[in-house]
Design a protein around this ligand. Structure first.
Ligand code: SR1
Ligand code: MG
Length: 423
């Protein structure tokens, strides 16, 4: 059945983009020259949308347009266009809270469900960089800043309840994209489902073991429940290394279309899980045995720095900007009160840490056994070598989900990963 779209919507192509942008005076001025000379390339390699890069004589922009279906699957999986509006609104909020850490939002077209934003150059998608074993010296510090500021200032610690409830009301409507996460991350990989795929036959036994692992399914069900009903902060909702663009000096977060009020640990954990999966994939990219060991060490050091940097900055904000309604200051006066409040802060961050490890594990499982895989593993051509990496990734993921509470700190996670993930 053909997909029906709202009046005024049409999927753009390289030929139709210039006329659309030429009608926007600020964008036209930014690009400069005449529309006929603008160079347009469709470069979208994500699972859902069209992405056009447009270069003019004076400057460039990026245009991202929602398609009315899941691009990865095709028209058999229709998907609402409203996600573009959630993405726009989340991008504007992130830009305010973490300036310089996202592309500048320039324009939203409500009929075409298209966002025009700063074109990032010479940035590349971080996942391509980790596949090529590129070190990003500023990444950990900058992403930790993004996480701490966007999550703190949309939580009950950093803003008052009325303001936070406005976020809650608005982003609770992002139902369709939440449902994708609920299904693809927390449900499908743990049962037989036509959407699932894995390196077969090499991982057939491992996939069945996961489907039959009741303690694991209990733990994942609790994480799913947390995702469903713990609106701690406005989370990005899809913070993997394909949603981050990097250079040696600069880190930018893109694609917040999955944004909603959810558990803080989901953003932190998805990122940590993707870095751990990247680490697990490294032996599969080696031409000479052991040549990626140093890069694995960098990835694990980065895992530690991301968590430690996030925790430090989040606590700093809580100590210096207690502008939310939770933990009333009047309840914690004097030295004893200050100590008691500090204990609350430590307990809160410990909870987020444990949640993050669980969510990291679920992200690692879904990219191995579910519908949408990562290029980190998919670009390992030899299925036996790929499966060896994926098996180690699954082993660590299972420990993170089942034994999250047992890890004293992030250094203990990195120590364990050093043992489990090395080829
Ligand atoms: C059908 S969409 C598959 C995945 O792509 C996005 O990046 C999200 O992670 C989603 O789960
Ligand atoms: Mg995306």
């Amino acid at each position: 059945m053909a997909i029906v779209t709202p009046e005024g919507y049409q999927a753009l192509d390289e030929a139709s983009v210039p006329a659309h942008l030429a009608a926007l005076p600020a964008i036209r001025a930014r690009l400069g020259g005449r529309p006929e000379v603008w160079r347009v390339r469709e470069v979208g390699d994500g699972n859902l949308n069209l992405v056009f890069l447009v270069d003019g004589p004076e400057g460039s922009v990026c245009l991202k347009q929602a398609l009315p279906y899941v691009r990865l699957v095709g028209e058999s999986w229709p998907l609402g266009l409203e996600r573009a509006r959630f993405e726009w609104e989340a991008l504007v909020i992130e830009h305010r809270l973490a300036p310089g850490r996202v592309p500048e939002p320039l324009h939203f077209d409500p009929k075409l469900y298209a966002i025009v934003m700063e074109r990032l150059a010479p940035h590349i998608i971080m996942r391509r960089g980790t596949i090529a074993a590129t070190v990003y010296p500023r990444f950990a510090e900058q992403i930790a800043e993004f996480l701490a500021r966007t999550l703190y200032f949309t939580s009950d610690l950093g803003i008052n309840a009325a303001e936070r409830k406005k976020f809650l009301e608005r982003f609770s409507a992002n139902v369709e994209l939440c449902k994708i996460t609920e299904d693809l991350i927390f449900t499908d990989p743990y049962m037989e489902h036509e959407r699932n795929r894995w390196t077969s036959p090499q991982l057939d036994v491992a996939a069945r073991a996961i489907r039959e692992d009741l303690p694991l399914k209990q733990a994942v069900a609790l994480l799913k429940l947390k995702f469903l009903c713990e609106p701690q902060a406005l989370i990005h909702g899809d913070l993997h290394t394909g949603s981050i663009m990097v250079t040696a000096e600069d880190t930018r977060v893109i694609d917040p279309e999955f944004a909603f009020l959810g558990p803080i640990g989901f953003d932190v954990g998805k990122l940590l899980g993707n870095l751990l999966l990247a680490c697990a994939s490294q032996p599969g990219h080696e031409i000479r045995p052991g040549e990626r060991a140093d890069y694995q060490a960098w990835l694990l050091a980065t895992v530690e720095e991301v968590w430690n940097g996030f925790e430090r900055r989040f606590l700093d904000l809580w100590r210096t900007r207690p502008e939310g309604d939770a933990f009333p200051i009047a309840h914690f006066v004097g030295p004893d009160g200050a100590r008691a409040l500090e204990t609350c802060r430590r307990q809160y961050l410990r909870r987020i840490f444990v949640d993050s490890l669980g969510f990291a594990g679920t992200s690692m499982v879904r990219r191995t056994l579910g519908l949408a895989h990562n290029a980190d593993m998919e670009t390992i051509a030899d299925p036996d070598r790929r499966a060896a990496c994926e098996r180690r990734n699954l082993a660590l993921a299972r420990e993170l989900i089942l034994e999250a509470e047992r890890f004293a700190d992030i250094a203990a996670v990195a120590d364990r990963a050093r043992i489990v993930l090395r080829g």
